[in-house]
Structures are given as structure tokens and as C-alpha cells.
Write a protein that binds this ligand. Sequence first.
Ligand SMILES: [Zn+2]
Length: 204
Amino acid sequence: MEVPGKLELIVGPMRSNKTAELLRRIETRRQYAKQYVMLLKPSDDTKAAAGLVESRNRQGCVAMEAIEFLSADPWSVLPTLAETEKSIGKRVDCIAIDEGQFVRDLFLFTKRLLEHGYDVMVSGLELDFRGLPFGEMLELNWLVRTFSGNITELVAYCSCGAKALYPQRLIDGKPASYDSPVIMAGDNYEPRCAEHFVLPGKPH
Ligand SMILES: [Zn+2]
């Protein structure tokens, strides 16, 4: 039986530097542990150029090469993984996934990788603009407990200074209504606390 991998989850709302933290951890593993880390990016991610993961923060922009895959089919990465291991002549040590909330089958895909001995790092949003669970990010908590690992909760602040729990979606500067699509182009977000989170038309 293979020794299972460990899962590192990096969660938090928009503008909490999740991607920067993911890239920093990849760099550390590569530089100091001499690990081979494969960075994956679901193709629904429109914030960076093809094949690149970029982090946005005040310290500037950091970009790292990534393997893009269709968010609806993470399994398509497995042949690429096998080819990479053949060409480098050893196993890949760690697989990093940015924007995990967009990945279909994220729970099963991550579980499969852990069971096969890969360390996995996933960054992403836990809640969508409606304040509802986003994709399968919340389900990964079970994998952290079961396979051991850790969760890092990054914090963003509302303009009032309170901890921001929710991603406030803005369309033309106004709060988006509950019935707008979960994924849409041209939207804009800011982190808000429970008091300042506005969601017109929400049923509950
Ligand atoms: Zn606030």
C-alpha cells in the first residue's frame, strides 16, 4: 500500500492573497525541498494568460507556468502527469491546483491523487457571491482530516475594518442580484463583512 499524500488547503475570500500563498509554497518546495511540483489551472479562470497563474497584490504581480485543463474534466490531467513522470524520470511530488472552486469532481480527483501518494495543495473560494458553497471546496475539509494535512484561512477585510466573510459581487458598481449566474464575465468583487454584504432578491 502506497503512503498517501497530504492535503494543504488555502481558503479565503477575494483579495486575501490565496494565489500568492499557493505560488510561494510551490516555490519553497521547488527551491528547498527540490520537489517536482505541477501547477494546474482550470480553464474557466479568465484572470491570467493561457498557461499562467498570476497573483494580484500590492507587492506586484507574480506569474508561474501552469498546465491548463478543462474545469469540467480534471481527469484529463492524468495522462499529462504520467508523461511528465516519464520525461523527468521520477515521480511528481506535489500537485497544486489554483481556483479549486471551478473544478468539477474536485473531491474525487483530489482523493485519487492523495491515495496515490501525491501531496496536493488547493487554493480557492469556499463561498460564491450568494454566500453559498462554491463547487466542492468545502468538501475538501473531510480529506484534510482523513489524509492529514492543514487548512490555512487567509483573511480579507471589509472597508469598515471587520473581517470579510463574503465576496460581494458588483455589476456596474451595484450589488448583483441573487439570480445572476454563478460564473459570469465582467463582474467585479470586493470582500465584505456580514453587515455590509448586500444580496438583492435572496430567498432566505
Ligand atoms: Zn463591513
